[in-house]
Design a protein around this ligand. Structure first.
Ligand code: NDP
Ligand code: 2IT
Length: 447
């Protein structure tokens, strides 16, 4: 990065937000890659667009008290970061994980704004969550937490204001409890959350949308850049949650063999292919661990280190767990094993160094804000269906998802190529997403 304006904005934010490493990482990556566009558009500096673009419109933090099963009062910290509403109401998931803090919330909300822009739908950027850990809690404890969380959050959201959804630790169960509490307090049945159950306004195809969308994006990239596909490829997937599970399903559907997956308990490898039905039963229905899967799959080899996944030989790697799960060392191991494609299902799963290494080595790379946009895209479809009081079939939703993920790839690829390196899809995604957001900000004056 050599542009003086961008360097100055980054320096300021680095001083102000020095205790927010994930946020600084996300901002650095974006500012660095939009540089050629900023050089061509002096009106951005004149109007202070970048200063505004890296400053959240609003951050809400709040106390979340709840009573555990033993009668003891527990207190968690709740967040909602309403980052940018230039192109639509704030939109983004709710993360429930002990690691949640303001840095993680801000990086996710910042990235979400660009991702939502890439979907082509009118949604701004937001994210929320809490350091509450749903793992090991009873359904009643989770319900009491969700009700308390929504008792405060409901003052700040709404179908035309801010529409939360799922993320790590927040699935159908949590969305259901939160929706019930919102409806009760506000006396409104609206599309205020997405990822809802099908019986109360959810969209068919939302559960599988991120994982399926990721594979549609990757398959289009393989086709366009290497005239190949998932057919016959060996795939590894990290994180066996909402995104990872349905990435496994779609990769298999497209003719690949998924040879390894991981979760927090470790890594499982089966050269003949992971058994998707068993994996889904263990992870989604029973809320157990990969080590429990390994005990039931007689051909599987299990190791306790989740990081062992990246040492397994594969053609395609789909990181779908969490931020910074692939560092430079992991990237080197993947490239040494001849990986041809890495597509990010999680948000920011590759460190800056790992990402650069993939691009330098001409690995086909799908950056998160483009490759995992399928989830929020179908959330956008859910909002449309709720407004119309109508429901599309699974086939209609899936066809729109596939088409639009392929369109995103083409837009990102064309933009990367236009700026001189078709492998730099990070630049392609960041400039494509930023263009629409900055145009909207310019049009709306100083706000
Ligand atoms: P889930 O909570 O459903 O699943 C997360 C999975 O990742 C779990 O299997 C968890 O293991 C595993 N995991 C967490 N940390 C690690 C780690 N350090 N090493 C290995 N595995 C780990 O979350 P989602 O699937 O919803 O989210 C995953 C990622 O995808 C996040 O980055 C999220 O922001 C992103 N994303 C989610 C979307 C969505 O619609 N849900 C949309 C777009 C992006 P365990 O089960 O053992 O806890
Ligand atoms: O990171 C993400 O895109 C999500 N967690 C999904 C957000 C949404 O509003 O569906």
């Amino acid at each position: 990065m050599t542009n003086e304006y961008l360097l100055q904005v980054y320096k300021n934010i680095k001083e102000k937000d020095k205790n927010e490493p994930e946020f600084l990482q996300a901002v650095y990556e974006v500012l660095n890659s939009i540089e050629p566009y900023v050089n061509e558009h002096p009106e951005l500096e004149k109007n202070g667009i970048i200063e505004r673009f890296v400053e959240p419109e609003r951050i809400i933090t709040f106390r979340v008290p709840w009573v555990d099963d033993s009668g003891k009062v527990q207190v968690n910290r709740g967040f909602r970061v309403q980052f940018n509403s230039a192109i639509g109401p704030y939109k983004g998931g709710i993360r429930l994980h002990p690691s949640v803090n303001v840095s993680i919330m801000k990086f996710l909300a910042f990235e979400q704004g660009l991702k939502n822009s890439l979907t082509g739908l009118p949604m701004g950027g937001g994210k929320g969550g809490s350091d509450f850990n749903p793992q090991g809690k009873s359904d009643l404890e989770v319900m009491r937490f969700c009700q308390s969380f929504m008792t405060e959050l409901c003052k700040h959201i709404g179908a035309d204001t801010d529409v939360p959804a799922g993320d790590i630790g927040t699935g159908k169960r949590e969305i259901g409890f939160m929706f019930g509490q919102y409806k009760r307090i506000r006396n409104e049945f609206t599309g205020v959350l997405t990822g809802k159950g099908l019986s109360y306004g959810g969209s068919l195809g939302r559960t599988s949308a991120t994982g399926h969308g990721l594979c549609y994006f990757a398959n289009k990239m393989l086709d366009k850049m290497a005239n190949t596909s998932f057919e016959g490829k060996k795939v590894i997937v990290s994180g066996a949650g909402n995104v990872g599970l349905y990435a496994v399903e779609k990769a298999m559907d497209l003719g690949a063999t998924v040879v390894a997956v991981n979760d927090i308990s470790g890594t499982v490898y089966n050269e003949k292919g992971i058994n998707f039905d068993l994996l889904k039963e263990i992870k989604e229905e029973k809320r157990l661990f990969i080590k429990d899967y390994a005990a039931l799959d007689k051909d599987a080899k299990f190791t306790e280190n989740p990081k062992d996944l990246w040492k397994i030989k594969c053609d395609i790697a789909l990181p779908c767990a969490t931020q910074n799960e692939i560092d430079l060392e992991d990237a080197k191991a993947l490239v040494a094993n001849n990986v041809i494609c890495v597509c990010e299902g999680a948000n920011m799963p590759c460190t800056l160094e790992a990402t650069d290494y993939f691009i330098e080595n001409k690995i086909m790379f799908g950056p998160a804000k483009a490759a995992n946009a399928g989830g929020v895209m179908v959330s956008g479809f859910e909002m449309s269906q709720n407004s119309m009081r109508y429901a599309w079939t699974f086939e209609e939703v899936e066809a729109k998802l596939k088409q639009q993920m392929e369109n995103i790839f083409i837009e990102v690829y064309d933009c990367a190529k236009h700026y001189g390196n078709e492998y730099n899809t990070v630049l392609g995604a960041n400039i494509s997403g930023f263009k629409k957001v900055s145009e909207a900000m310019l049009a709306q004056g100083v706000c």
